[in-house]
Design a protein around this ligand. Structure first.
Ligand code: MG
Length: 377
C-alpha cells in the first residue's frame, strides 16, 4: 500500500488474536419446517482481539466452522491492522479458494468478519451503526417461527405474544409441511394465523422449497385469497431460479428467497434472473457485514428491497445502513439463544429494533457463566 494519513493510534495496531467457541442450544420444543426438522441450534462464536479491545461475532451453523476459523482464516489475517476489515475479508476469501467458499467456509468467514467490525467499532469507542453509517434509526422486524410441528394452541400463543404482548405488526409461519404433502393443513394453519393476528397485521409464509412449481402457484393464490398473505418465501427450491420466476409471474404476492446466499455471485444471479421480489440476506452466512451491504446494493440496482434473515441482534446495526431495507426476521430460536447467551440484546417490543446509541460495537457481550452451560467445543 502507498503512504496513508496517520490512523487513530488504536487502529494502527495489528490483530492480536482470533479464537472460536461452539455453543449448542436445544430447542424449547420439537421444530420443523417444510423440508427439515431439528432439535438444537449450533452457534459458533468468534472472539477478535486487538487495539486493547475484544470484538465478537458468530454464525448459526456447525461446529465444523471452528477448525476453519482456527486453521484457515486466523493465519490468513494474522497481523492485519484492526482498522482494515475489508482487507481482512478479502484475505479470508482468498484463503478458502481450494476448500470452496459457499457453505461452512462462508459461515466461518461471516463469524470472523462480524467480530472484526465489532472490534473496530469498540477500538474507536463508537456504536457499529455510527461506524457503518445510518439511513434510519430503527429496524422493522417480523415475528418468525410458526413451525409445522406446533399444534394450534401453540401457534396461537406464539402469534398472540408477537402481536399482542410485543406489538409486532408482521408474522411469519412455516408451510409446505412434509415436502408439500399437507396442503390442507398449510391452508388451515395460515387461516388460523390470519384470524388470531387480526386485520392490521401482515401475514408471511415460508415453504422452505417444499412445493413443486404448479402446486406453489395454486397454493400462493389460495393463501392470498383465504388468508391475505403478503410474502411467499421459497415457494419452490431457491436453487430453481426459473421456478421462482414462474411462480412470481403467476401470483400477486411477493416471492422471496436468498437465505442460502454465501457469496455475491449467488445474489447477483438471483436478481439477474428476476427470481424474487425481495432479496433475503443472512449476515451469518453471506460473508459478514460488508458482503451484506454489497448484496443490498445488488438488490438496490434492480429496485428491490432486502430483508435480513435471522440472527436479529447481529443484523440490527448493518440493517440501519442500507436504503432499501424492508425488514428483519425476528426468529424464535435466535431470540431465545441471543437472550440466553448475550447481554446487550435488543427488545422486539413495538415491532422495531433500536440499537443503543451509547454502546460501542454491536453492544453485546457473552454472558460467560450462562453460556458455559451450552459450550460444546
Ligand atoms: Mg426461510
Amino acid at each position: 500500500m502507498t503512504a496513508r494519513a496517520p490512523a487513530p493510534p488504536a487502529l494502527g495496531t495489528p490483530l492480536a488474536g482470533i479464537a472460536s467457541e461452539v455453543y449448542t442450544v436445544p430447542t424449547d420444543k420439537p421444530e420443523a419446517d417444510g423440508t427439515m426438522s431439528w432439535d438444537k441450534t449450533v452457534l459458533v462464536l468468534v472472539r477478535a482481539r486487538g487495539g486493547g479491545a475484544e470484538g465478537i461475532g458468530w454464525t448459526y451453523a456447525t461446529s465444523a466452522c471452528k477448525p476453519v476459523v482456527e486453521d484457515l482464516l486466523a493465519p490468513a489475517i494474522d497481523g492485519v491492522d484492526v482498522g482494515d476489515v475489508p482487507g481482512a475479508l478479502e484475505a479470508m476469501v482468498r484463503a478458502c479458494r481450494n476448500v470452496g467458499r459457499p457453505g461452512i467456509a462462508s459461515c466461518a468467514i461471516s463469524a470472523v468478519e462480524t467480530a472484526l467490525w465489532d472490534l473496530k467499532a469498540r477500538v474507536l469507542g463508537v456504536p457499529l451503526a455510527r461506524l457503518l453509517g445510518q439511513c434510519r434509526d430503527e429496524v422493522p422486524i417480523y415475528g418468525s417461527g410458526g413451525f409445522t410441528t406446533y399444534d394450534d394452541a401453540t401457534t396461537r400463543r406464539q402469534i398472540e405474544t408477537w402481536t399482542g404482548e410485543w406489538g409486532i405488526p408482521r408474522v411469519k409461519i412455516k408451510i409446505g409441511e412434509s415436502w408439500g404433502t399437507r396442503p390442507d393443513r398449510d391452508l388451515a394453519r395460515t387461516r388460523l394465523v390470519r384470524k388470531v393476528a387480526g386485520a392490521g397485521v401482515d401475514v408471511l409464509v415460508d415453504a422452505n422449497g417444499g412445493y413443486r412449481r404448479k402446486q406453489a402457484v395454486r397454493m400462493g393464490r389460495r393463501l392470498r385469497e383465504e388468508a391475505g398473505i403478503v410474502w411467499f418465501e421459497e415457494p419452490v427450491s431457491s436453487d430453481d431460479l426459473q421456478g421462482l420466476r414462474e411462480v412470481r409471474d403467476q401470483v400477486d404476492v411477493d416471492v422471496t428467497a436468498g437465505e442460502y446466499g454465501f457469496d455475491l455471485v449467488y445474489f447477483a444471479r438471483m436478481v439477474e434472473q428476476e427470481a424474487v421480489d425481495c432479496l433475503q440476506v443472512d449476515v451469518t452466512r453471506c460473508g459478514g457485514y460488508l458482503e451484506w451491504q454489497r448484496a443490498a446494493a445488488v438488490a438496490f440496482s434492480r429496485s428491490l428491497d432486502v430483508s435480513g434473515h435471522c440472527a436479529p441482534n447481529l443484523h440490527a446495526h448493518v440493517a440501519l445502513s442500507v436504503p432499501n431495507l424492508r425488514h428483519l426476521e425476528y426468529f424464535h430460536d435466535h431470540h431465545r439463544i441471543e437472550h440466553m447467551l448475550f447481554d446487550g440484546v435488543l427488545s422486539p417490543r413495538g415491532g422495531v429494533l433500536r440499537p443503543d446509541p451509547g454502546a460501542p460495537g454491536h453492544g453485546m457481550v457473552l454472558k460467560a457463566p450462562d453460556a458455559a452451560l451450552y459450550r460444546t467445543a
